[in-house]
Design a protein around this ligand. Structure first.
Ligand SMILES: [Zn+2]
Length: 286
């Protein structure tokens, strides 16, 4: 029997998994196993122009090949649009939204949104929808990175919840999905730490429960760049799942994995030992 709540792995289907995304998947999987809760897979496929044909299936096949078996149905953000509309309505009724037409080039000179369009609280066409942050502060204890404090006005300011092209923004959709109750533990890469404050603010404004967070280190190349699709990280070799797992486990503080074990045995070896408090905060060179 699994306990209440769960963890999740939420890749964007913009390409096949690589070692860096495998690390994030393994971290959230091991944490869920360790906690005795479910582990969900969600495809963050809202940014439709960036989705790659067939990448969703390729990701699911790669997870299966590595013994990363998920619980329940795979959730697709593209199938949850009514839920995001509803969330936007709740924010609008609180007077927290405004309609921004600032050209991107004008905003480039500002680290924080300058508040130009705040008076436009009625819908107008060809606008992004932004959420006012006012004097909001978010504090939490990250299970890996320790205490975090943000003042949102200094961390980007009023942010986009619905893009000018009509697509729901990552921050809104992720907050709604992670706050909907089934997700109680968000274990993901350190590069997303700074997005957490915005997601927590959305959850708070919607009255949703806030999960606990743990941001694990990244795999980087020798120049310190995150392994990513943008940096042309190689897709996982699906004929060598155990080797791939052996390459990511040390970044989570799990050294000395048995050399001859297959992927399922490696994952259960790792789940017995995994401890977020002992995961290094710093990145690992892959
Ligand atoms: Zn504006």
């Amino acid at each position: 029997m699994k306990g209440v709540g769960g963890g999740r792995f939420a890749p964007s289907p913009t390409g096949p998994l690589h070692l860096g995304s495998l690390l994030a998947a393994v971290a959230s999987f091991l944490d869920a196993r360790r906690q005795g809760v479910a582990w969900h897979v969600r495809l963050d496929d809202l940014d439709t122009p960036r989705n790659a044909a067939g990448a969703d299936q390729a990701i699911l096949v790669a997870l299966e090949r590595h013994g990363l078996h998920w619980d329940g149905p795979v959730v697709r953000q593209s199938e949850r649009l009514p839920r995001y509309h509803e969330a936007l309505d709740v924010l609008a009724r609180q007077g927290l939204l405004f309609y921004c037409r600032c050209p991107r080039r004008r905003l480039r000179d500002h680290a924080t949104y300058p508040g130009t369009c705040r008076r436009h609280t009625a819908p107008r066409p060809d606008s992004a929808v932004r959420l006012r942050v006012d004097d909001a502060r978010v504090s939490l204890t990250d299970l890996v990175q320790g205490e975090q404090h943000w003042r949102l006005a200094e961390a980007g300011g009023d942010f986009v919840v619905r893009r000018r092209d009509g697509l729901f923004a990552y921050q809104l959709a992720t907050a709604v999905d992670d706050g909907d109750g089934a997700v109680t533990r968000v274990i993901r890469g350190r590069d997303l730490l700074d997005t957490t404050a915005r997601q927590v603010l959305v959850m708070q404004r919607l009255g949703l429960p806030v999960p606990v967070y743990g941001h694990v280190p990244l795999l980087v190349d020798r120049a310190g760049r995150k392994l990513s699709k943008q940096n042309h990280a190689a897709p996982l070799d699906l004929d060598r799942p155990a080797d791939n797992l052996r390459r990511v486990l040390p970044a989570l503080g799990l050294d000395g994995a048995p050399a001859d074990a297959g992927s399922e045995a490696l994952l259960s070896w790792a789940a017995d030992r995994f401890d977020l408090a002992r995961v290094p905060r710093h990145d690992s060179v892959s």
